[in-house]
Design a protein. Sequence first.
Length: 184
Amino acid sequence: MDQFVVNANTRTETGKRAARRMRENGRLPAVMYNSKGESVMLDIDEAEFNKVWRNSTPSTLVNLKVEGKDNLVFIKDTEYDIKTDKNLHVDFHAIDEDKPLKMRMKIQLTGSPAGVREGGRLKTHYPQIVIQCLPKDLPPRICADISALGIGHKYYVKDLEIAQGITVLTDGENLVASVSAPKR
């Protein structure tokens, strides 16, 4: 698993004026929440965060180094200003590395179905699944190779190739995609 890293410093100043000063100096105000509901106020480098933010998904784990100490986090939320095309504030959610996570993940369809090349129509049915695993086993994405689907064939959740250490909580009989005959 590729690891994104964001360096952070704790901060004591709060309020609009302090946040504005930080942004003028290329820093972003941020908050890290843990599983116990505690929070730590941080400031992070805007350019460093943007590189990570633009290349991550909701299930991407980030190594947030708070004054040298590693914390495994998700980017929980960002306050984004569309006029200036900049983030104004970031919320991180720290996780316990030894506690299983339950995540809802989208299924990415890959390949061109054989049945579509023969004139059939691809239908997508169930676009996401729920999985449970330790943070170290969390996949960046769930892919379904549908290139072998012919006309009248179906692809189910149970047909997904899932790595070891990951438990699929969604019913295996849920339909992911199918190819129907062409309309005449």
